[in-house]
Write a protein that binds this ligand. Structure first.
Ligand SMILES: C[S@@+](CC[C@H](N)C(=O)[O-])C[C@H]1O[C@@H](n2cnc3c(N)ncnc32)[C@H](O)[C@@H]1O
Length: 352
């Protein structure tokens, strides 16, 4: 039975991953974000009815609380939190990845995708102008520090959203800011994304600014107007996965250069074995755990150990917390099980 469900799941969800041409796959990385938003919204609503809002009170790493204790209950809800992975799931993931490796991206195409990654993201934003802003309610719960910085009495704070896209963190913060000493920067290497942010009616130049900047800039340039070691809180949500592994070291150099000693990095990404990884078909794998979507944008799936090594290498950053968020999404009608895996972390810039 488990085997049947596995095969049906992987086959049914495997499809062209082009967010621009396939409705199902549209916003591949955001399907889950919508699920998550709904889940959190529901939880917040439940809790506010019963016990008052969770916002600002929960441990940022306390994910949802719907735990599957009896396997026979699996079809009773659409989603389960804190799912444990056993040998069976790991084996299935490895089998699937071994299949993908039989048909990697050709060297010629690798050259194209790795040669100018910003171009593919730029086209992506050109084609998805309307649909990209999401008011992520979970941000307040998972990263309360972001919101405490917006309080009237919070004092001088500089926040930087890296790989801001349409400003999914930038705008919620800016919109609720009451701190006259808050500065918030947004940067993305896709010029169209930066245009989206700057042209938004919610853009407020009194506190916010936005510019084109490459996190992995090989020359180590800083974003326009930013002083070295001036950022208190950097937000990196679904941006680091867009880098090739050979860009990680440069990105860490650049990040180290902008962070204040003691500054915090708030991080969320895809994790190894996520459904989005396993559903890639032929000619999508660029390197180990690194893929190209149908629209030419790249995505990496991290393990906890890998992330730890990347950030703590050279003693640039200290690990505060790394946690894997595993959920089981269930299509009750079609009896499908889909495993989602994200990795969330907080790092601190080392003292000079
Ligand atoms: C999956 S989107 C996430 C956008 C936003 N952080 C969010 O959570 O909605 C990834 C974003 O990272 C940007 N990006 C990718 N590589 C980058 C790099 N090297 N430097 C700056 N931005 C980058 C892309 O242009 C895109 O806007």
């Amino acid at each position: 039975m488990a085997q049947d469900v596995k095969e049906e799941t992987l086959e049914s969800i495997a499809h062209d991953t082009n967010p621009l041409t396939n409705d199902n796959a549209k916003n591949e990385e955001n399907d889950n974000e919508e699920d998550r938003d709904e889940g959190e919204a529901q939880q917040t609503a439940d809790n506010s009815t019963n016990k008052g809002s969770r916002i600002g009170r929960d441990d940022p790493f306390e994910f949802g609380k719907r735990n599957l204790t009896e396997q026979s209950d699996v079809w009773d809800h659409n989603a389960w939190d804190n799912i444990e992975w056993g040998e069976e799931q790991i084996e299935q993931a490895n089998e699937r990845i071994a299949e993908q490796k039989k048909n990697p991206v050709s060297d010629y195409d690798k050259g194209l995708y790795n040669g100018n990654p910003a171009r593919y993201w730029d086209i992506f934003y050109k084609n998805n102008k309307e649909n990209f802003f999401k008011d992520r309610k979970w941000l307040q719960i998972e990263f309360p520090i972001l919101y405490s910085s917006t309080r009237k009495d919070a004092g001088p704070v500089t926040i930087f959203e890296i790989g801001c896209g349409a400003g999914n963190t930038f705008f919620p913060i800016l919109n609720q800011n009451e701190n006259k000493d808050l500065k918030i920067y947004a940067a993305d290497f896709a010029p169209k994304a930066v245009d989206l942010v700057k042209e938004s009616p919610n853009f407020n130049p009194e506190f916010g600014s936005a510019c084109v900047w490459d996190l992995a800039d090989p020359n180590g340039n800083l974003p326009e107007g930013m002083e070295p070691h001036s950022v208190d809180i950097a937000v990196m949500i679904f941006v680091f996965s867009a880098l090739a592994p050979n860009q990680w070291d440069q990105a860490m150099e650049n990040l180290h250069k902008i962070m204040k000693p003691g500054g915090k990095i708030l991080f969320r990404e895809y994790s190894f074995g996520d459904m989005a990884q396993l559903r890639f078909k032929k000619n999508r794998i660029l390197d180990d755990n690194f893929y190209v979507r149908g629209d030419g944008t790249r995505v990496y799936f991290f393990t906890e150990e890998e992330l730890r090594t990347i950030f703590t290498k050279n003693n640039y950053f200290i690990e505060h917390k790394i946690a894997i968020d595993r959920r089981l999404l269930v299509n009750r009608k079609r009896k499908l099980k889909m495993y989602r895996c994200w990795i969330q972390a907080m790092f601190e810039a080392s003292p000079e």
